[in-house]
Design a protein around this ligand. Sequence first.
Ligand code: SF4
Length: 699
Amino acid sequence: STPSVGPATGTRTHCPYCSLQCGMTLERSGRTLQVQPWADFPVNEGALCRKGWTATGLRGHRERLTSPLLRDGATGELRTASWDEALDVVATRMRALQAESGPDAVAVFGGGGLTNEKAYQLGKLARVALGTSQIDYNGRWCMSSAASAANQALGLDRGLPFPLADLERTDLVVLVGSNLAETMPPAARHLDRLRERGGRVVVLDPRRTATAERADLVLQPLPGTDLAVALGLLHLLDGAGAVDEEYVATRTTGFEDVRRSVAGWWPERVERVSGVAAEDLRELAGLLADAERAVVLTARGAEQHAQGTDTVLAWINVALALGLPGRDASGWGCLTGQGNGQGGREHGQKADQLPGYRMIDDPAARAHVAGVWGVAPETLPGPGRSAYELLEALGTAGGPRALLVTGSNPVVSAPNADHVTERLDALDLLVVVDLVLSETAARADVVLPVAQWAEETGTMTNLEGRVVLRQRAVAPPAGVRDELELLADLAARLGSPVPFGTDAAEVFAELGRASAGGRADYSGITHERVRAEQGVFWPCPAVPEGRAPHPGTPRLFAERFATPDGRARCRVVEHRGPVEQPDAAFPLHLTTGRVLAQYQSGAQTRRIRDLPDTGPFVELHPLLAARIGAADGEPVVVTTRRGSLRAPARVVDSIRPDTVFVPFHWVGANRLTHDALDPSSRMPEFKACAAAVWLAASP
Ligand code: SF4
């Protein structure tokens, strides 16, 4: 992160990467496009991380695709093709496969980095132009467990139900499985200011990360045991009389059952299960009991488990017991990961949802959205498969035979990735929309090159639920198309019964109408408003003409929760732990995560010259390194029941001795990860499995 700078001229837009959506301006200077932070944008206040500073590095990159590619039947190689030829092949083959095997023969896989407009059009393409139920997106692997828990407990899923800046106005921040100092560095300034004011920060993470370095208390639980820690905390808080009895009586239901369920979670039991010392748990309980205001934040470390939803529910129970949600500078929230992780799931990319965060099996929702789309409700398909289940079904009997991928690189990012790659290779037709030849695009039959963020206009919804506007600063290279145009063209070639818009502001207005009255209501937001107001928080319903516009909703739940009776639901949850436990053959815990200089599957950031591309590495404790005879930098092999990875050892005392860590921005980490799914969110167990590690033999 960097110090603030003065106001800059140029086109105001937002970073292409994470969910902070830092404001930046882009200005042409000769042939280059210069990034300047947008000093008065409240989320980043003139700071950017190094990914943001170097974000224009893909513009004009030699690996940028500038022509569609088709796999040549004779040579098996990708060759350039015209847009007409490529789109005709896509439409003709998709229709032929559907004629043979039914509408669900074609599937769509989207991304949490797509703008709201593109996510909306992608859902409409699937349901209206293709008539398939088979659509989901990589956001299922991002914060779906938090979404599921928030919907169950609070009746609404918005990552942070308050502005990010509230973090510096509270007294205590508890971060469960978040490394925000490295994943979204400008956000760490709120923690720094909190501590300058005398507030406290607590971090729970198996690794002592850069975020932990800013903390007053660090707990290092075993991967997959955050739930047990929450149960133990609630046990202690209840025993200490710290439960806000009036709040739980008037604003929640189900607390007495939860209270009974944690009675056996003594700190010593938590210590046995999680490795967190009973003393440390007592200290955290004391901090929570004493804090007048407190914020509990979960992120991927807590959520990317087969018990991710229950884990988040357990932490929401802690927040509810203390009476935090809905109070000033207090509550529970989730730190979203992908740039549009929030908006990406609100507009119809999810297998079970229509725009406005409406459920696809709700007749009223179907009627409303079908009315906006100009089709009959009975023509809309029902719910489809979740992301991993969809990929697993590719090319199987009764599964999809063609897949359109956009904004995603599942060859790198899917769990049990070798298995997913096999399924992709079994397809009759793989179509990938991307900027560069990602690992997934390289296996495609058709590759369609599209504009990148600086070359297009569209909205994103950041981790606070703030809708922001990316504005086009430069034209895309010749041969590259705007993705809204591409989707409209493809829809027409598929014989869509209704036209698809191509102007982002118009598509957004249609999205707003489709969302009206839904849980994520955007109908009172326009591109113009977002431009003028530095973002607008949803829900923001349209109001009758002549009335003042709805101001948007920065803070939720002050008066009531979004449940039918206005009360939050306390849910009883039980700790089960990771699906795969260490044993004699695989005696260690493996967990995965991020590094500062890379973003997601690395398809963009690995190509940016000014960002260090270290390749994967294996982080291990000096005690473990000594046991296997590995020195720092020496190659080691990590193996799980699904695959192996050879990479240099990084010997650090910041990790538990029984745990190894591999970053997931390169091919390799997800060859190792487990594909067990959370029963509610369908989130895979990315963050915990059993592994073995040894010194690699010399090549
Ligand atoms: Fe900001 Fe995230 Fe972009 Fe870094 S990657 S500049 S934290 S939006």
